[in-house]
Design a protein around this ligand. Sequence first.
Ligand SMILES: [Zn+2]
Length: 309
Amino acid sequence: MNAKIICIIIVLSGIGFGLWYWLGAHADVHGKSAYAYTEAILEFGPRTVESDGLKNSQQYIAEQLSKHGWSTMVQQKQRDTPEGKRTFTNLIARYQPGELSSLDDLLKLPTKGILCAHLDSKRIPGIPDFLGADDAASACALIIELATTLGTENPELAKQLEIVFFDGEEAFGENITPEDGLYGSRFYSHTLYQRKPKPQFGILLDMVGHKDLKIAVPSDSPPELYESLMRAATKHGHEKRFGMADQPIIDDHVYMNKAGVPTIDIIGADFAHSHWWHQEGDNIDIVSAKSLTISYHVVLTMLREQLAK
Ligand SMILES: [Zn+2]
């Protein structure tokens, strides 16, 4: 073998390794940052309705976002639950919104897209310390990182995005029913009926940081958003981790779709049959910075594409 061929082999191996590395076989600075935000949110303890854990994590998220140009407001409503009246609190964020005196002002800002996740953790009998690390603290943490990047790289795009951290996704009973669960997203979605112009898309994130990342969006997902997701996943070499479930899924996107804003639920596959969903095991040990890196790049690519339309 002459020196020239050896040189070519070395260069090609270098390129191959570089590509493998670049395509997310590792955790990058954004995934590591989202992981650190996840840890910080979990430090506040369970985030059930009206809990200090929920209030403190909302305050923490608002502080992180404000460092990067995002302002937040809360949307609060009292609702009947199987356990009596409870007050649910959504946190809504906008990039450099200017002078705003009320939530009504904020909800009048032009909005092309909505990025959202639920911050509340489920209250589970027999597991008082249930943390909901991937359900869905990791998604909220990822949103902080996405918001930071978007605001820094393209303020005009960031201004067209509304970010919502929902309360009350989890039901008081075992499962979400028409009367129990999705409290926050239901009253937030009421605001979407009157929006002019109507937001064009929504992206809901749920369980996007699991160390064995596998995503299966509901079977009734808006086709255009599913195609956009798969384009983004393919661009980053992760198309095998993304797909569609065999059935619809009940989650916060349901009322957004009902209100006429096509919303995709980017959610972990087959969670109901896992050994951690709504169980003790949903703690930081099942979340990885590598998976958050993958979710970060795929969702950011999607957001750039949808917001630029
Ligand atoms: Zn849950």
